[in-house]
Design a protein. Structure first.
Length: 404
């Protein structure tokens, strides 16, 4: 039952009266005739825009059909707050619900906003079942009760939140432009063509001196902590699943711990602020390349096997290495050496074997400063974007919780 204070012109509805669960199954995705496949990995938390997708020919097993305007809601791990509004017809993961607003009760443009609210999301988390991958059952969701405003109030809320979304979209565009600039800068400094030319005819190459990365840095591979000895609290263990694109991810369902009193047994694997780490299993994902720098909020943490930490030599500046790791040249070299299909992976020797221009310290500093300026601008945009999303979330909550 809803615990909201009922306001004038508001009415309580069961969720099945608000939305239809569209359960049209597609057993053979490659024969569906659709061009778009949306998996849970293609949905961004707290964003209604679907900016990425795959091809139905790349997936197997049963999927769900959706139409333009339908809501794709991740019923697995609802705490990730993933849902999107389809701007095209297609198929999606069976770990999602395809929902369609009932226009006699709710405006189709209002329902996605309502589902993004803490009111709805907290309820979704409460009714999820399972420990490793908590999931929502439609029968349970269907009978949940929520109070909704009148159509006129819904329109007012849609106008308000849409204004926030316009601001957020502008910031998203600016951030994307900054990222393209960063990639362009990395490509100009570390062109792929340079490495390809060297590998094609090394004896005829007359460009800058290229040396194996292992000549200026070493890669420390994590310790094989035994899973049977994991703890429920203590030092976090940095596994491959915790390494995201330019950040570490410590979501509860993927985070493991080691008893803090045993830290002294593995001093060489204690992470510190500024460490640069790389995932060695499935290093390339839809979001990008899984490398990150350790921040103060990531600590305390320990380095687990199949994650590497770069140890700097005297001939290389950390910021220069960080710039190189973002270059297409580095990614292209690793993708050539990546092995395996079910679990693509790279080795310590693959990483240390990539070629990097051997520049003077002054040249490295010059490149690093340019790269750092672009990163600082990108970080500022990221903060503005985060603040705008927080303001939107607060405004939405105020609209839905404000007492009469």
């Amino acid at each position: 039952m809803t615990t909201q204070t009922l306001k004038p012109s508001w009415k309580v509805w069961r969720f099945e009266q608000i939305a239809t669960n569209v359960n049209v199954r597609i057993d053979n995705p490659s024969e569906s005739g659709m061009e778009h496949y949306v998996g849970l990995e293609h949905l961004d938390p707290d964003s209604l825009r679907i900016r990425r997708w795959g091809s139905p020919s790349d997936v197997e097993a049963g999927k769900l059909f959706f139409k333009t305007g339908d809501i794709i809601f991740a019923k697995r791990r609802a705490y990730q707050r993933k849902l999107g509004v389809a701007e095209f017809d297609g198929i999606c993961s069976a770990h999602a619900m395809v929902l369609r607003a009932k226009p006699e009760v709710v405006l189709p443009e209002f329902l996605p906003f309502f589902m993004q609210s803490d009111l709805f999301m907290n309820r979704a988390v409460e009714i999820s079942v399972g420990s490793l991958s908590p999931t929502i059952n439609w029968k349970t969701m269907a009978v949940q009760e929520f109070s909704l405003p009148s159509m006129g109030e819904q329109r007012r809320i849609v106008e308000l939140i849409s204004a926030f979304d316009e601001q957020i979209e502008s910031l998203e565009i600016a951030r994307s432009a900054a990222l393209r600039l960063k990639n362009a800068m990395a490509e100009s400094v570390f062109p792929v063509a340079e490495v390809k030319s060297y590998l094609d005819k090394p004896k005829e190459f007359y460009g800058r001196q290229l040396v194996p990365l292992g000549q200026v840095v070493s890669l420390q591979v994590g310790y094989p902590f035994k899973s049977a000895e994991y703890s429920t609290k203590g030092d976090r263990l940095l596994r491959g699943s915790n390494v995201g694109v330019n950040r570490l991810n410590w979501e509860p369902d993927i985070t493991c711990y080691w008893p803090i009193e045993r830290r002294s047994q593995v001093p060489d694997y204690v992470l510190v602020v500024g460490d640069v780490v790389i995932a060695m299993d499935r290093p390339f994902i839809s979001e990008g390349f899984k490398i990150a720098r350790v921040k103060n909020e990531d600590l305390p943490a320990l380095l687990l096997q199949r994650v590497g930490r770069f140890k700097m030599g005297e001939e290389i500046k950390p910021e220069y290495l960080w710039s190189f790791l973002h270059a297409e040249s580095f990614r292209w070299q690793l993708q050539r050496m990546q092995k395996g299909t079910d679990l693509p992976h790279i080795s310590k020797f693959d990483i240390e074997g990539t070629l990097i221009p051997q520049l003077t310290v002054d040249e490295q500093i010059e490149i690093s400063e340019c790269f750092s300026e672009i990163e600082a601008s990108t970080a500022a945009l990221e903060k503005r974007l985060t603040d705008a999303k927080d303001q939107r979330r607060q405004a939405l909550g105020t609209c839905l919780f404000r007492e009469s």
